[in-house]
Write a protein that binds this ligand. Structure first.
Ligand code: ZN
Length: 629
């Protein structure tokens, strides 16, 4: 340990005794992880940190006409835990469409899409057919009881064959976009996460809360009718064999250039013959490969346009990310999405977070909803251009959370969503000045904050009803992050964020790992901040000017915190329309008081004093301005 870091640890310890960490509830699983040293109390992974992983080898066929997905897969599952596993938990997300499934009211399923569940045709463990009595289906899960426990450090092989009816009338992150355009996700039997904090993740998918996945390698072969394109997670291994040379050459050129190349145009679609094979009875098998990713999704269509470009995301290695947009010609604004995507990837790589885009490929698939998967996003069409920019840049930014840093979306949706709302804010406003989330969200939050039934931000996402799901996981968490950025200053905030990414990339952090990393790296005990913004139920943002005294040239402004949230104090002094001075005081000043006096020595007469600004929330702005004589 270097002396400088010794000093920082010392300062950290002092500040802990000052504020006491007792007000922090440490869940049982985290305590256990600290005891076993799989995680450290300073927010780092522990020296005994482990996680399990899988290799997936999948062959699938999409029957576009009948909307049936058929698959066979071989999964090699590596048990890196210190535990013997008697059971392996497999997710069958499509059981969301099973008759009688427990679904969130936010995600109504069209009755025409309800079926009997995923048809599991066979399960083999290490090449031995598993007896039916060793399989148990519950919710969207399948429990595979092993004949012999899987010992620590060993691996086991599962072979599963299955099919299911693809939803034709319901769009929940995946589904039928039009009769020959399908976005396919949550589609293969996937091993659930077994981790050091919670053990097996056995929460069923109810359509609302999102996902928590281990990192895995995928080799996937997707068979579709010959005239269809397939865009998917990973590297397209045999695209050269499938596309006619003219189209492959356009694609290859785009993947090395900043220029946007229209690889498939409307005219090309009329001509046909984009792929090597044609004819109704023929098929192509597209091969994709992806390493160390947490999921695999794909989109297909026989009539989508395709724009492709690429961006140098890492100046030191000259690594490029190939950025493509597959879309319907009729989708408004989609002709600009390739540029929006390229600028977003560039900004994420260079400014916020300023880490080279972590994947070599990105496809924006023009589908429905707005959902992220590794290297592919599914984004609907928006009439409003600003919303098009927002939705696309948002889903692209998810590459960092949860795909680089493997956060648990099912429990902590606020963690990835908040950061992903926050990170592209600057590039969004650059692309379209109509979009300035800091102001728009502050104004919305000022109105909604402190709802009677508002739970704490830390509330596990799977408990949330739709009304608060979006409010907490997008609006409030973005506010909390920006208030934290003001508190720490841009540089320290970014340093903490980068440290969190570096510590937890390709790993599974919990909220405490996040809070403790910020505490340690900023060398400040921020528990009061986490307590107020994340653990407190509700809370109204409301500061007020309650008095101004003038003694000689000195103005003393009394500011009271009439609400429940610790906000920074930003006081602006004006002479008529001219801003003379702005004083910013940290939110930490509210720790032991509801009333603060801020003084300012006048150099010119002041006619107006204004508290806060349009990026600091305030439920009642009427008491934020005082006119001076
Ligand atoms: Zn999101």
């Amino acid at each position: 340990m270097k002396t400088t870091s010794l000093l920082s640890v010392f300062i950290f310890l002092i500040s802990i005794t000052g504020y006491s960490q007792d007000n922090f509830i440490v869940p049982k699983g985290n305590e256990k992880a600290y005891d076993k040293q799989t995680r450290a109390r300073d927010g780092n992974p522990g020296k005994n940190y482990w996680q399990n992983r899988s290799d997936y080898f999948i062959n699938t066929t999409v029957d576009v006409e009948n909307k049936i997905i058929t698959g066979e897969e071989r999964i090699v599952y590596y048990n890196n835990s210190p535990d013997s596993l008697k059971t392996i938990v497999v997710r069958l997300y499509q059981d969301l469409f099973k008759k009688g499934a427990n679904r969130n009211s936010m995600v109504p399923v069209d009755p025409r899409d309800v079926h009997d569940g995923v048809n599991i045709k066979s399960v083999l463990v290490n090449n031995i057919q598993l007896e039916d009595k060793l399989l148990k289906r519950q919710g969207t899960l399948m429990f595979v009881r092993l004949n012999k426990p899987l010992a620590p450090g060993n691996n086991t092989e599962l072979r599963i064959t299955w099919d299911f009816s693809f939803p034709q009338h319901t769009l929940i992150r995946m589904g039928t976009i039009d009769s020959t355009s399908l976005f396919v996700a949550q589609w293969y039997p996937q091993i659930a996460v077994y981790d050091d904090v919670y053990g097996w993740d056995t929460r069923s998918y109810n359509g609302m809360a999102e996902f928590y996945n281990d990192f895995a390698n995928f080799e996937v072969e997707i068979t579709v009718p010959a005239s269809f394109m397939v865009w998917a997670t990973g590297e397209p291994l045999n695209i050269k064999d499938i596309l006619q040379p003219e189209y492959y050459n356009r694609y290859a050129k785009a993947s090395l250039s900043d220029e946007i190349v229209h690889v498939i145009t409307a005219g090309d679609l009329v001509k046909g013959n984009i792929t090597n094979l044609t004819g109704a009875s023929k098929t192509n098998t597209w091969k994709y490969k992806a390493s160390n990713v947490s999921d695999f999704a794909f989109g297909i269509s026989d009539h989508y346009l395709w724009d492709v470009t690429s961006v140098e995301v890492d100046k030191s290695t000259k690594r490029r990310t190939v950025v493509g947009v597959a879309y319907n010609e009729k989708s408004v604004h989609y002709d600009k999405v390739c540029e929006v995507s390229r600028e977003t990837v560039k900004s994420l790589s260079e400014e916020m977070p300023g880490i080279p885009y972590p994947f070599p490929y990105l496809t924006v698939y023009n589908g429905d909803f707005g959902m992220e998967y590794p290297m592919i996003t599914n984004v609907g069409t928006e009439e409003d251009y600003a919303m098009t920019v927002y939705a696309n840049s948002h889903e692209i930014a998810h590459a960092y959370f949860p795909f680089l840093v493997g956060t648990n979306e099912t429990k902590n949706g606020w963690l990835d969503e908040g950061l992903v709302v926050y990170m592209p804010e600057k590039v969004q406003t650059r692309i379209t000045p109509d979009l300035y989330i800091p102001k728009q969200n502050t104004s919305a939050f000022s109105v909604y904050a402190g709802m009677e039934d508002e739970p704490a931000l830390i509330t596990p996402t799977h408990y949330l009803d739709p009304k608060v799901y979006f409010y907490l996981n997008y609006a409030k968490t973005e506010q909390a992050l920006r208030m934290l950025e003001i508190e720490l200053g841009e540089d320290v905030f970014k340093k903490c964020l980068l440290a969190f990414i570096d510590r937890w990339k390709y790993k599974h952090p919990t909220p405490l790992d996040y809070f403790n990393t910020f505490n340690e790296v900023s060398q400040q005990n921020l528990n009061w901040f986490w307590q107020a913004w994340y653990y407190q139920m509700g809370g109204i943002p409301d500061l007020a000017i309650t008095g101004v005294e003038k003694t000689g040239n000195r103005l003393s402004v009394t500011v009271e915190n009439s609400g429940d949230l610790p906000l920074p104090v930003v006081l602006s002094f004006y002479n008529n329309d001219t801003l003379i001075k702005t004083i910013t005081e940290p939110a930490a000043g509210w720790l032991n008081t509801k009333k603060r006096i801020i003084s300012y020595d006048l150099t010119v007469p002041v006619t107006l004093i204004r508290l806060s600004n349009d990026i600091i929330p305030d439920a009642n702005r009427k008491d934020n301005e005082v006119l001076q004589e």
